[in-house]
Design a protein around this ligand. Structure first.
Ligand code: PMV
Length: 336
């Protein structure tokens, strides 16, 4: 199945042509994967090899305002106050996504995007970006799509965007259908106010290889990748158990191991992909040393050199002391 056929299925062959309002705004949070999505079974539809599970950071993300601009001859994208080059890969990605909804009848938009997280540095910028864009389109055209359909739309922009439509814990179900209509996320009805996340920035410049390319390269060349789906299947069950039991040590341990296993598949690809910088390794060693000394602190890492620290509210002062640059973000109300 092609992307456009999937869109037709979502809209029952009734693709909207004109919005019923001139402007619309939406916000979507970043999500931090505790059990990672790494590898696609269908590149065109962004269908994952495995399910995955994340936690949203509701104070970090993207706010997108769309303006209907019929007089324009192309989309106009303003990112954090700066007009973007139409030829840049950033704008091309957005334009290609918008093209899904305007196959015959061309229309253009002005999109004003505000993101309070570094772009393409492993802080899930694409997940909140495509989720906010899907939500804003839904508002602009008053589609009133059910959340699972919005999750499928966001997934077409960036896989992990499927999880950025909710707060709290979110699971993206792999699905089994070839058309991808059952590959979407849903929230877990769990609240854990004591759980905290710290964003530990090591380097905020754009990563050398996109997660899209790195993922495909890993699937194609890593001799460890065949073990990954089974590892994720086991981790997912255990992580959900740890959340259900509010067992922080177990959750932290599993999330950290899962991230390291994902990076191991990258390191074992040919040629290898390494998102670690020396400061990343130094921070990881520090975390391990502190944990050995009794501090309950874990980390996870995505496709970039930066770390996300996982800890409990009771340890905020200690975390701030050992990592003065860490940005502690609210996860559930009550964390900070
Ligand atoms: O959605 P993408 O194509 O940016 O891939 C994201 C992959 C990871 O962030 C590394 C893992 C995940 O589950 O978010």
């Amino acid at each position: 199945m092609k992307r456009f056929e999937l869109i037709q299925a979502i809209f029952n062959n009734q693709l909207p042509r004109e919005p019923r309002q001139v402007t619309a705004t939406a916000f979507a949070p970043i999500n931090v994967a505790l059990c990672k999505y790494w590898g696609k079974r269908n590149n065109e539809l962004n269908l994952p090899v495995t399910s995955s599970l994340s936690i949203a950071v509701p104070t970090k993300g993207t706010t997108t305002t769309l303006l209907w601009a019929p007089e324009q001859t192309q989309d106009n994208i303003i990112f954090n106050g700066k007009e973007m080059d139409p030829k840049s890969s950033f704008v091309q990605g957005i334009t290609q996504f918008l093209d899904l909804f305007r196959p015959q009848h061309k229309w253009y938009l002005q999109a004003t995007i505000k993101m309070n997280i570094a772009l393409a540095a492993g802080f899930a910028s694409s997940s909140c970006g495509f989720a906010a864009l899907s939500l804003a389109l839904n508002n602009l055209f008053t589609w009133n799509l059910e959340p699972y359909k919005l999750s499928i739309l966001a997934r077409l922009g960036s896989g992990s965007a499927a999880r950025s439509l909710w707060t709290g814990f979110v699971e993206w179900h792999r699905g089994t259908r070839d058309d991808g209509m059952d590959s979407h996320a849903s929230p877990l009805a769990e609240d854990w106010p004591a759980l905290c996340i710290g964003l530990l920035s090591v380097c905020e410049t754009e990563k050398p290889i996109s997660s899209r390319k790195a993922m495909q390269h890993t699937v194609n060349t890593s001799h460890l990748y065949p073990y990954w789906p089974e590892k994720v299947a086991q981790d997912l069950v255990k992580i959900k158990y740890a959340i259900d039991k509010r067992d922080f040590s177990l959750l932290g341990k599993l999330a950290e191991q899962n991230a390291l296993a994902m990076h191991a598949t990258m390191l074992s690809s040919q040629p290898p992909i390494c998102y670690f910088l020396s400061d990343t390794i130094a921070a990881i060693r520090r975390i391990w040393t502190l944990r050995k000394a009794g501090l309950e602190l874990y980390f996870t890492q995505d496709a970039g050199p930066n770390l996300k620290l996982l800890f409990l509210k009771k340890d905020i002062t200690a975390i701030q002391k050992f990592f003065p640059s860490v940005e502690i973000v609210s996860v559930f109300s009550g964390c900070i």
